[in-house]
Design a protein around this ligand. Sequence first.
Ligand code: FES
Length: 130
Amino acid sequence: MALYSETVMDHFLNPRNVGTIEDADGVGQVGNARCGDIMKMYLKIDDDGIITDVKFETFGCGSAIASSSMATTMIKGRPVAEAAALTNKAVAEALDGLPDYKMHCSVLAEEAIKSALEDYYAKHPDKRKE
Ligand code: FES
């Protein structure tokens, strides 16, 4: 069996939603202490709490790039609550699996989204639901 699924290779070679959003409503940056890789996530969120646009920059390994690409496709057009609940396991499953020793790379995507949402709530405290 190939080390990486076709889906991983596709998202690594043709990552979706790469870039930045100038007037993002939430920006998050996280780093992986194990390898030093960095991921930055930008969210555009409308008044109804729907993520209308999302972009990412990843300075990291192929699994991190594939994970962030897949994660952006899973939250674009979705409510913030759904994005907040996205787990790295769900991202890895959507990628048709990652090797065990690469699972930590997908954690970066989950944490980058959570970090961007924290920034969004810090800028829009009225939007935070208890
Ligand atoms: Fe650093 Fe994958 S090895 S995120």
